[in-house]
Design a protein around this ligand. Sequence first.
Ligand SMILES: C[S@@+](CC[C@H](N)C(=O)[O-])C[C@H]1O[C@@H](n2cnc3c(N)ncnc32)[C@H](O)[C@@H]1O
Length: 327
Amino acid sequence: MNEKFLNKIVTGDALKLLNDIEDGSIDLVLTDPPYFLDKLDNEWNQQKVSLRLKSQLVVKSLPAGMKFDREQGKRFYEWYSLVSSQLFRVLKPGGFFFSFSSPRLYHRMASAVDDAGFEVRDMFLWLYTQNQMKAMGLAHFIDKLRVSSAEKDVLKEELRGWKTPQVKSCFEPIVMAQKPTDGTYLSNIQKHHVGLVNTNIRIGDGMFPSNVSITEPIHKVLDRAFLLPKPSQEERGVDNIHETVKPLVLCQYIIALTAFAKDAVVLDPFVGSGTTALAADRLGKQFIGLDINKSYVEIARRRLKKKEIVSSFASFIPITRQPQLLA
Ligand SMILES: C[S@@+](CC[C@H](N)C(=O)[O-])C[C@H]1O[C@@H](n2cnc3c(N)ncnc32)[C@H](O)[C@@H]1O
């Protein structure tokens, strides 16, 4: 039944398409869904998304990226509960579900995943140093007050450097969840070929895999423990207009850590420009990618065809044989 999807990127609403994926057929779900901040919701209208960026450059009222709306988290929870229930159904027993999130709405994501029946096993952290700052000073609003300009100047001076509550956001939390195993870990891996993590792989300077990753050198102590291999220059693709492309090497790390079977199927229901699918493909695994936006689907398909994009993580994975007991 999965033939229609296997090793393909399919256009459509994930919630509808997931209905056609077989129960218990997926080894790993790795995804980076819309975070429901601003216009980045489950419709992800590309025009609105790019307008959102422009609106952040002009001060009219609070720019999109700065509005605090408690309803966003609630809407996200409701929608992601439906998505997570479908993912629970399609995963094999013991299959892992990794989902990127935003620091602000992580709690809603993790709760939706937990409430769908998954065991939340850990939180992974992708750490970086550069990001757009969103905190905003209040000078523009002070200018609108009906007070004398001298009073405005005093107020501006008093509030110099005091801004709306947003420091530079420099990490992304990733929920690591698991569908409960079918019996013990041993019986589960023998029967379903999933459920354990590969501690043979190494990150940083030959270190044991950890739940913190960095994809840029930061400091020798951090690099030694957490740095993933440098990505190739080609990996993004010059024509990739997607705004939230994830590092290929980070996706490969998660896949190499958790996808045991040689022919493991990695599903990303919000595949965007195809990074998860590309990561799985270049590690020799199978993939299924879904996205609502046709132009992103085309980018993903183009990236998959580019043989010059290779796995920078492959050399970090020791060659392991498929144990015969599990063949
Ligand atoms: C954060 S982006 C994923 C980016 C991806 N990780 C990459 O590296 O390119 C989320 C994606 O979800 C897609 N999306 C939003 N709502 C969707 C829905 N209901 N069904 C399927 N895809 C959806 C958007 O088009 C967007 O490409």
